[in-house]
Write a protein that binds this ligand. Structure first.
Ligand code: FRU
Length: 674
């Protein structure tokens, strides 16, 4: 073995002498290029890996999406491009490493002499052997010398993982010292809310305002998915979201928290829920909130390995939540027959005549389909089973897929509307769909009645709409918000450090059995620079009127349809390259290929979608809300919607009107300004 290590050492210093020329601070010191660019590799110990979990419930928590993972039984070394220190500190993440045969050394790049050596100092801490810990080394004795870092796995029985190497950043060193505790806090369950909040504060500044949405909710940093706990409490609108603050990918689920007075301008608060207990080791999954008996209750799914249960937390101030000591409040014992405990999630609660009801999804134990269950309580902690609301099955698969996620039930007039996100809808552009079902809930039997399969319809036909949730405002309005993303593709702007956003809140109502949507009316409070005009476009022509340009816009256009395509391109670069929206033969189309920065292929059906477009007073009527990375299109006064995210480049800020026949556009446009 010793001979092999010496051989590695020889090849390693040869590598250093040849000197690959990646600059200090090369982003690939975090392996995000997906390969070992900037490193010299010897042996078979190390691979660049995108794997983020190291067992079913724990995470490595690397610095980004990729890291250098060591393997048993491989051995080898990983050597950095040489660097010269000016401040004296280096910093990296390290995990694994039980034995002395694995270590990280700092060497003199000219002579190969080893100056400092460390293993994983936290290896013996309970539970955190594979979770990355931050190691900071004071190298001030060698300022001005050319050094290299050598990660050595010299033991076939052991391995080290390595990531996020930074050189010469004293400020970062101070922050990272705190981060070490956070990563430890995360896995030793000390105070995971504090851990998350400190981590967020240390990292949120890395995404400047100029790289963020203006009025759509995202995490301050990291990943978000479903909206949760959308409610009104203590004179504030509360909105929570599924959140992994530590990475721009899904991971240990926390509940992030924002509040607003008007649905447009949001304020961040401390994380509301973190995964702390045995019943939620995989995460505090989706759920809802209710103001009840003077408190704000969060009702959510505790997910652990192969088991999902419903849990409750409460707060008197709406900001700090205490989990009920008797959690879970609904577990296996309250499941009906043919119910899987592994897929039992996403409770939505509402109150009727002093009783709180819950709709929650459950997969059948004997097949892939699912059902929606009803539970009830009068005190939030003692729940009873109250019936099966809805049963999915093979006959419904074309629209209702297999497993329901994030069910909601909202009463609109004399109808009840189930809103649900079915997984695996055949041929769906997002893989998973989003639908509504209009009928009536029979509270005596728990069954959903008076519904028609023919009327079951998609809520939003875009690429980025999932897991919508509703709330009622004191003024009687029903408001819906959804995750503005889908599971089958990565958030297109995730390179900014934030991944995932929520739609603009939308007012919803029924016309017959048809669900209509409009952007929340409070958006008008942020209107500026109105352009209200008619703009003629000659046959086969286009008009660029720069009054309409911008990436934070509320734009309405109406026109009498002629033959061929008539429409508007937003996020246009001046060369007809943007997000194209047009009317043709009774349908409205949206093609976003021009604003996907090549991330979704041209042939990908994900980039093109369409909806039926009835005329309003003889005109095509379109309303478009733009917010830097998103376009939400409301067709025919909310009859249909299409939501699409985008990654426009710096040139893609224009609005272009075009038409195959002569058209006069009625335009009403506002900039959204804070
Ligand atoms: C839907 C979902 C939910 C689950 C949550 C986990 O997007 O899969 O069913 O509770 O995300 O983050």
């Amino acid at each position: 073995m010793m001979r092999r290590i010496l051989a590695f050492a020889a090849s390693l210093f040869a590598g250093i002498a040849l000197g690959c020329s990646a600059a200090v601070g090369d982003p690939n010191y975090g392996f995000e290029t997906g390969d070992f660019t900037g490193w010299t590799v010897a042996g078979d110990a190390f691979a660049v890996s995108g794997e983020l979990r190291y067992d079913t419930i724990r995470y490595y928590l690397p610095g980004g999406d990729r890291h250098a993972r060591g393997s048993d039984p491989g051995t080898g070394t990983l050597t950095s491009t040489p660097f010269t220190l000016s401040s004296g500190w280096i910093s990296f993440l390290l995990s694994g490493g039980a034995t002395g045969g694995v270590h990280v050394a700092v060497v003199d790049a000219d002579t190969g002499a080893e100056l400092v050596r460390t293993g994983n100092p936290f290896y013996d801490a309970p539970d955190i052997t594979e979770t990355y810990q931050r190691v900071n080394l004071d190298l001030s004795a060698w300022i001005g010398r050319t050094l290299a870092v050598v990660v050595t796995d010299g033991s076939p029985e052991d391995h080290l993982n390595f990531d996020d190497f930074t050189v010469d950043d004293e400020a970062a060193h101070l922050e990272h010292a705190v981060e070490t505790n956070i990563r430890m806090g995360l896995d030793t369950y000390d105070d995971m809310i504090k851990a998350a909040d400190i981590y967020i504060k240390l990292n949120a500044w890395k995404t400047p305002a100029s790289a963020r949405f203006l009025f759509h909710v995202t995490g301050e940093t990291g990943w978000i998915n479903d909206p949760n706990g959308f409610t009104y409490f203590g004179d504030k609108i509360h909105l929570f979201y599924q959140h992994n603050p530590y990475q721009t990918v899904w991971g240990p689920m926390h509940w992030g928290h924002v509040t607003s007075d008007d649905f447009i301008r949001w304020t961040y608060h401390e994380v509301a829920l973190a995964p702390e207990h045995d019943y939620e080791t995989v995460g505090a999954f989706s759920g809802s909130a209710i103001a009840f008996g003077g408190k704000l209750y969060l009702v959510y799914t505790g997910a652990s390995d192969g088991r999902q249960v419903q849990a409750v937390a409460s707060s008197t101030d709406g900001f700090r939540f205490t989990k009920y000591a008797g959690n879970p409040v609904i577990g296996e014992g309250l499941l009906p027959q043919n119910a899987s405990v592994a897929d039992f999630r996403d409770p939505k609660v509402w109150e009727k005549d002093g009783t709180v009801y819950m709709i929650v999804s459950n997969r059948n134990a004997t097949n892939q389909y699912s059902k929606l269950l009803l539970y009830k309580t009068t005190n939030m902690t003692d729940w009873s089973y109250a019936g099966r609301i809805f049963q999915n099955g093979g006959n419904y698969q074309s629209k209702l897929g297999i497993m329901f996620e994030c069910p909601d039930l909202v009463t609109l007039g004399d109808k009840d509307v189930i809103i649900v996100s079915p997984q695996a809808v055949p041929g769906h552009q997002n893989g998973d769909g989003n639908v509504y079902i209009v009928g009536n809930l029979n509270y005596r039997t728990g069954a959903f009645e008076n519904w028609n399969f023919e009327d079951v319809a998609t809520i939003d036909a875009g690429f980025d709409f999932y897991a919508p949730q509703t709330m009622k405002m004191p003024d009687g309005r029903s408001i819906m918000v959804a995750w503005m993303q889908s599971w089958n593709r990565r958030p297109i702007y995730a390179g900014t450090g934030i991944a995932g956003a929520l739609t603009i809140p939308r007012e919803i109502w029924l016309v017959g059995n048809k669900l209509y949507q409009a952007p929340i009316r409070e958006i008008a409070n942020y209107h500026a620079n109105a352009t209200i005009d008619t703009i003629p476009v000659s046959a086969g022509g286009s008009v660029h009127d720069d009054r309409l340009d911008g990436i934070f816009q509320d734009l309405s256009i109406a026109f009498t349809p002629g033959a061929g395509k008539t429409g508007v391109t937003v996020f246009d670069d001046g060369s007809d390259n943007g997000m194209k929206i047009w009317y043709e033969d009774g349908r409205v189309w949206l093609d976003r290929y021009g604003v996907t920065a090549g991330q979704y292929a041209a042939t990908d059906f994900h980039n093109l979608t369409s909806v039926e477009c009835p005329l309003v007073d003889g005109k095509v009527e379109l309303r478009i809300i733009l917010d830097r990375y998103s376009c939400e299109l409301f067709v025919a006064e909310g009859y249909k919607t299409i939501t699409a995210t985008a990654l426009p480049n710096a040139m893609q800020t224009q609005v272009l009107l075009y038409s195959e026949g002569p058209t006069v556009f009625d335009v009403e446009q506002y900039d959204i300004v804070f």
